[in-house]
Write a protein of this length. Structure first.
Length: 95
């Protein structure tokens, strides 16, 4: 019985949700924002560091974000066809 409890606790530790920080590119949809996340990766052949940008649709329940805000988003269950992220907090408002 104790062995099963250890397995359950170990598996729940591995299921931590991913948190990303990005900039809001669009907030025209109802309760949805488009967040652009930048990451720096090495080029596979030339090893030069390049910036890659990925856009995510995130659920903003209170419509509190505007274009240019820096936000934190967290991975969540599928909310719609393309929304798999939820707004965690607004880090900095755009001026």
């Amino acid at each position: 019985m104790e062995n099963k409890k250890n397995q359950v606790s170990a598996s729940s530790k591995n299921n931590q949700r991913t948190v990303k920080i990005g900039i809001v590119k669009s907030s025209q949809m109802n309760k949805t924002v488009v967040v652009s996340v930048k990451r720096r990766v090495a080029h596979p052949l030339y090893r030069r560091v390049i910036t890659r940008t990925t856009t995510f649709l995130a659920h903003d329940d209170k419509d509190s974000c505007g274009v240019g805000d820096t936000v934190s988003i967290v991975e969540t269950r599928p909310i719609s066809k393309l929304k798999r992220w939820r707004l965690l907090k607004v880090i900095r408002k755009a001026s």
